[in-house]
Design a protein around this ligand. Sequence first.
Ligand SMILES: NC(=O)c1ccc[n+]([C@@H]2O[C@H](COP(=O)([O-])OP(=O)(O)OC[C@H]3O[C@@H](n4cnc5c(N)ncnc54)[C@H](OP(=O)(O)O)[C@@H]3O)[C@@H](O)[C@H]2O)c1
Length: 354
Amino acid sequence: MKRIALLGATGSIGRQAIEVIDAHPDLRLVAAASGTQPIDGLAPRTQVGGDLTTLLDESEPDLVLNAVVGFAGLPATIWALEQGVDLALANKESLVAAGELALEAWARGKGRLLPVDSEHSAAYQCLEGRDPASVETLVLTASGGPFRGRNRDELGSVTPREALAHPTWSMGPKITIDSATLANKGLELIEAHFLFGLPYDRLEVVVHPSSIVHALVRFRDGAALAHVGYPDMRVPISFALTYPERAETPLRQLDLASGLSLEFSAPDLETFPLLALARRAGEAGGTYPCAYNAANEVAVAAFLDERLPFLAIAETVEDTLDRVDGAPAGDLDDLVEADAQARRLAEERLAVAR
Ligand SMILES: NC(=O)c1ccc[n+]([C@@H]2O[C@H](COP(=O)([O-])OP(=O)(O)OC[C@H]3O[C@@H](n4cnc5c(N)ncnc54)[C@H](OP(=O)(O)O)[C@@H]3O)[C@@H](O)[C@H]2O)c1
């Protein structure tokens, strides 16, 4: 029996995780948390908002599924890594922001860190058991979002409603906007760097509209391994929750004879600058990725509130990155301060952009 603590239980990942847990006799939900919505009775222990590490201390899980959205997921990520409790990580923002500190906590705790992001779950499976020296490059695929193929002139006046209409994935609002701007792929690039220890020049992003190939690893002998499947988050959720069992699911098997479209192209970095900005922030290191994430969270919230035009999301992030010092965080307090400072700068930029 695996005792699961589910954080972000009311969200898109959280609801799909409950489906997976309910269908598996060896998975038991011992704790659940949300940000604001009531969840009484969902698990023996529940918590709405506040410090989620108290809930984790009390519920003694074997595995934490962190499906909180945004930087708010950081304390739970660090708690699990530090305690050596297996962590199924959907909350990419915490790994992006905390980077080195999270890796240090992981090295001390020695638990498993199982990615839930579909691309990283795919990459994890392609890389598992391989000699790191044999890996040439890791390719993350991007659907391209609802605005793929448009140019900047065509994006000036797009609305949150249009940006929320994702072509292949049904997800929470923040990540859906991140997919439309390609910030999601930027966050995933930095996430992959920390998860797999690969330098940025060995991480590539390609646009693949049908979202069938989730990741591909090229090896030094010329071979490449890809992970393929229909886009359905219950697959990586189930993989992480039942690892290493790879439990049976009722999900649709890939049907090759019905025809699959496997098209790939380079991302349009001019129209979607947040991908290149993420690479820049990741390569600069220190707290630049934290600032990238913080400014993006502020700008996305403002866009969803119709307080900021779509193209100004990237401008806000770029302006913030230009103004922070990016000094490495010595500890979590430093990191929280770097996050707060980037948020203040991004808010200032919003006031100008309005
Ligand atoms: N959705 C996907 O398909 C997908 C795919 C890959 C990765 N991810 C990642 O998974 C994470 C969750 O995404 P999502 O799409 O599931 O988001 P979502 O639908 O917006 O759900 C977010 C969840 O986080 C909870 N939450 C927000 N602030 C919180 C706080 N301070 N304390 C505790 N809980 C809090 C929300 O609770 P309330 O409902 O009460 O506000 C909700 O349960 C994100 O990091 C995202 O990037 C998602």
